[in-house]
Design a protein around this ligand. Structure first.
Ligand SMILES: [Zn+2]
Ligand SMILES: [Zn+2]
Length: 351
């Protein structure tokens, strides 16, 4: 029997271990993809811990609905190895990025095309075994997206950080055309947001980050202006430059970042929040109405958005993020480095 190798979580808070199981035979609409690359994501650290730190002593338990051993990894690019008899279009040898945010297909969110928000989801590497493996089973070929001529290194992470940034920018709607958008936080998602905003919007965005190096990198990448939100004059500087921001993305999601991004809004302005840093945010309740303010959260993105994003990337309009490859059996070392903050760009595992 042919085997598949995985780096699996056997217990929460413990290092990953190699597990070897029989390679699944795809049935019905299922497709078996041989993993070429799988990105190592910050959220994998939380999954390994089994909780999200919400700030203070508060924790969000995320151990439910997942059987151990479990295989992490949701930023997957690979090659179709075999397919069930109803997997139309799943041609063996086709190179594909996998949309991992797979829903139940029947709930209200799924029927609205928002499988990423499904309440009974089957998200790969989150609820169902993912891509820290030689192979991954995908329930239907519709989740397989052509990515060439991009590299597999670029295509895998596009399905997470890239999609998150893209969806956040899309949720700004027509407000994004009324003036420069503000992007708060220039980590991986924020820098991707900057690259996308440069191609999606007429005006270059204003960016904010407390790290001077990141501000410098953002200016080099085409930001109109880079603000240090820790500077007491920062709010005034943004208001002077814009007359109030109508559209902002908060890629940090902390008390301070939300105070800043809501504090610079014009009347009718909107902040889309993707960040998960944590802490509590409070606001004078009347200000929501007085400023006609919208605060909206987004979580990854839809399959339709993933298709749009890949088309945009395949047309060569997005600069790839720096990546470096590591072999699959170094998955734990890659997670350790990420946890220690020693990673620049994306680490990508190669099976
Ligand atoms: Zn991710
Ligand atoms: Zn659903």
């Amino acid at each position: 029997m042919t085997k598949m190798h995985r780096q699996s979580l056997l217990a929460y808070g413990q290092p990953l271990c190699e597990t070897v199981v029989d390679r699944p035979a795809p049935r019905g609409s299922e497709v078996l993809v041989r993993v070429e690359r799988c990105g190592v994501c910050h959220s994998d650290l939380h999954l390994q811990d089994g909780y999200f730190a919400l700030g203070g002593d508060k924790r969000l338990d995320i151990t439910k609905d997942r059987a151990l051993p479990f295989t992490l990894g949701h930023e997957i690019a690979g090659m179709i190895e075999s397919a069930g008899e109803q997997a139309d279009g799943a041609i063996v040898g086709r190179r594909v990025a996998i949309y991992p945010w797979i829903g139940c297909g029947v709930c209200a969110a799924c029927r609205a095309g928002e499988e990423n928000l499904c309440s009974a989801h089957r998200h790969l590497g989150i609820a169902v075994d993912g891509g820290y493996a030689s192979h991954v089973l995908v329930p239907h070929p519709r989740y397989l997206l052509d990515y060439e001529p991009l590299s597999a290194d670029f295509a895998g992470p596009l399905m997470c950080s890239g999609l998150t940034a893209y969806s956040a920018l899309k949720h700004l709607g027509e407000r994004a055309s009324r003036g420069p958008v503000l992007l708060v936080g220039l980590g991986g998602v924020g820098m991707m947001g900057l690259a996308l905003a440069r191609t999606m919007f007429r005006e270059p965005p204003i960016v904010a980050d407390i790290d001077a190096e990141k501000r410098k990198a953002a200016l080099a990448a085409g930001a109109a202006q880079a603000i240090d939100p820790a500077d007491p004059q920062a709010r005034r500087a943004v208001l002077a430059a814009t007359g109030g921001v109508v559209a902002a993305c908060d890629f940090v999601g902390s008390e301070k970042s939300l105070q800043f991004s809501t504090g610079v809004l014009a009347r009718g302005g909107k902040v889309v929040v993707t960040g998960l840093l944590g802490g509590n945010f409070s606001i004078a309740a009347a200000m929501i109405a007085i400023k006609a303010m919208t605060i909206e959260g987004t979580l990854t993105g839809t399959l339709a958005e993933a298709r749009e994003l890949l088309e945009l990337a395949r047309s060569g309009k997005i600069t790839p993020i720096p990546t470096h490859d590591r072999p699959l059996n170094e998955a734990q070392a890659a997670l350790d480095e990420l946890r220690a903050g020693r990673v620049v760009g994306r680490t990508v595992l190669s099976a």
